[in-house]
Design a protein around this ligand. Sequence first.
Ligand code: SAM
Length: 245
Amino acid sequence: MFSGPLDQSILRRAQEKNLVEIRVHDLRDWTHDRHRVVDDVPYGGGAGMVLKPEPFFEAADALRQDESQVLLLTPQGERFNHATACRLAEARHLIFLCGRYEGFDERVRTLADREISIGDYVVSGGELPALVLIDATVRLIPGVLGDQDSAGQDSFAGAGGLLDYPQYTRPPLYRGLRVPEVLLSGDHEQIRRWRRKEALHRTLQRRPDLLDRAALSVEDQGLLSEIRAKEDGEMSNTRRGHEHR
Ligand code: SAM
């Protein structure tokens, strides 16, 4: 499950450049029986199997260093977001504990410095959530992304924590859909202003909660007023249209 994502693209390059070292361990390496069993039936009965505590504790004993942070992947954890990714990107050593089946023995939680969820849904194991955390975190490590694909412009990361502005590439006209004229103008100041306004507009429409927390400049406030004034104008035009009919 790990080899595909870890061996491709940005994660592969980050490892090749020695900006991050990622090791995958098999819990079965910390079992002591012939069949290398890591799960058992739940006390009290019920469906499915539960991961035993011993392999997790022995793995943590073997892998933990002074500077390690142990992260437990669980849908019951704090929801992962950009701010957490930034903090993880500064960490020296992270250990991700992945569950499977019905989950892990409750005592495994005592090993964790943080419990993290990737969202309010359940996937079959902690491997994909761990990969989501790893990818989101590694791309924030300085030097991992080139100038070409800088994380600084992405949604949530971009100045003030807004959604990203709309992106276009060639051709300028496709199936009747035209690239906004300003992007073809070569006027860098106009393009910068258009992008900022679009980022604000998009965030206002889709994630107004982000705007409440965003660090907005005086220019941003002005652009937002323009956006709101235009929307108010459009709304009253529509109302007038309805009344007219
Ligand atoms: N019975 C568990 C519960 O409801 O909390 C869910 C078990 S789930 C099928 C198996 C494992 O997948 C979990 O132990 C966890 O490691 C991982 N997992 C599933 N959904 C997750 C999520 N949204 N975020 C992080 N990890 C998740």
